[in-house]
Design a protein around this ligand. Sequence first.
Ligand SMILES: [Zn+2]
Length: 411
Amino acid sequence: MIRYRASWILPIDTPPIRDGWVAVDRGRVVALGSPASADRSSGSVNDVRLGDVLVMPGLVNAHTHLELSHLHDEVPPAPGFVTWIRAVMAARRQRPDPRSPEIMDGVARGVAESIACGTAVVGDISNTLVTFEPLKRSPLAAVVFYELIRFNAPEPAALVDAARAEIAALSQTARVRASLAAHAPYSVAPLLFRAIRQASDRDAFTPCSVHLSESAEEVEFIQTGGGPWRDLLDEVGAWDPAWVPPRVSPVQFLDEAGFLGSNLLAVHGVQMTLDDLGRLKARGTTLVTCPRSNGHTGAGAPPLQDFYDAGVRVAIGTDSLASAPDLNVFAELATMRALAPNVPVESLLRSATIEGARALGFDADYGTIEPGKRARLLAVDLPSGVDDVEEYLVSGITPSQLRWLDEKSEV
Ligand SMILES: [Zn+2]
């Protein structure tokens, strides 16, 4: 057994412990405490003094698209969301083979970058499942969301059955799993939403995801059936003449369709009203915010203060490298701090850890430092003079200030 001693331990679900310790055995946390609390661990203990660092659980990036990593710096910031998505569609059309070396190298770089940035768990959106095996080979825990996107879907049940068969053919483990997701209200047929929901209710392991209320153009389309989204659907031949605009907000639309639930990660929420947020809270849906991506795509700044004031569960995602400069959740935290300086810093840190872990179904193993959980622990360098360690963690931590605690190398 190893007992790490550090100037700070941040368990997340309890206050930071100054001069604390955490005992680890065979990859699991055994105990933790302050200098005054006795460690009753029996057997031989290897004390490791880490010095001026803070030890915390690995972070959770609850929304990313590793298969888009090759688009890093390829899609410029856009004045409006539909302009941005047109550029992404054009870039993806240039690479029709989803397993091309360029795409797979991007996935490998995205995985490596995630780990270097202190991420332990990812919620990874994929339209092709090419990220599943690379994630299995990595130390990351993951849910790979097999995302369906089809606005004109004459046979939604068959589409979902085929996707479920592809998921069933994967060799899932306790650490890397897969489940279904829907892309967004403007790109998924109402009956396809229903079929995905029915499948999610049937399967044992069922986190689900949807991009929701991301842009003003989405709100316009769901309310009126017109605007830039309608134009785009027409252009790509995906328009369904039988579709009737719901004439409500995107959140109300999916709520009344029975799609919101406690297993759902609703991503973005930039355009959500207080009524929308009340619906998410009532359904126990987790809202995943990706503020740097929202700035890049022209969606605008998310109303973070409203998210937290409404009492909604909030998790954090970087989104893909097509709209974020890196996959660093600590950088996302710094942006959130700047956008919403009155949200308690403990709430932000919970969003970056346990809230994401819970939404992805990994809270038994990740998200806090607690006896029994996996010891996937980060050591963050603390410069001298830092007293408010939680504030420091949301100030913009870079990979050079981090390292993973590895039991094997410290025995
Ligand atoms: Zn996304």
